[in-house]
Ligand binder design. Structure first.
Ligand code: 5GP
Ligand code: ZN
Length: 114
């Protein structure tokens, strides 16, 4: 999608602090981190939200989840614990409509989230 921020990051038209790239997914640090580790994992194809990603065939959801787990291991939070979040829709505060998995870790995370 030509007017999508995360499509532009995937296309390297907008810079990002990339921590992992696979054939299907790109992971980069959130510009406004909410935890010591706060990485966004996006599919390289445009899906607007988690519902669209879940409905996609061909393993796109797997690719995002597996990349998220790889980042957790790479960031050193896999053992102690971390959180994966998809904010989906306005009530959940989704602001960028290219689906992204938030990987949060590196501190004790409160529950429930706000
Ligand atoms: P949402 O609220 O849609 O779940 O999350 C969007 C996330 O994208 C926010 O955490 C926000 O800080 C992050 N973000 C917004 N614009 C940019 C950007 O240009 N670069 C990066 N790396 N993160 C961004
Ligand atoms: Zn997009």
């Amino acid at each position: 999608m030509s007017d999508c921020l995360f499509c532009k990051i995937v296309a390297k038209e907008i810079p990002a602090d990339v921590v992992l790239e696979t054939d299907r997914a790109l992971a980069f640090r959130d510009i406004n981190p909410q935890a010591p580790t706060h990485v966004l994992v996006v599919p390289k194809e445009h899906f607007q939200d988690a519902a669209a990603l879940a409905a996609a065939d061909d393993g796109w959801a797997d690719a995002v989840l597996q990349a998220g787990q790889a980042v957790a291991e790479q960031e050193g939070v896999a053992e102690v614990g971390y959180r994966m979040v998809f904010n989906t829709g306005p009530a959940a505060g989704q602001t960028v409509f290219h689906v992204h998995l938030h990987l949060l870790g590196g501190r004790n995370l409160t529950w429930p989230p706000g």
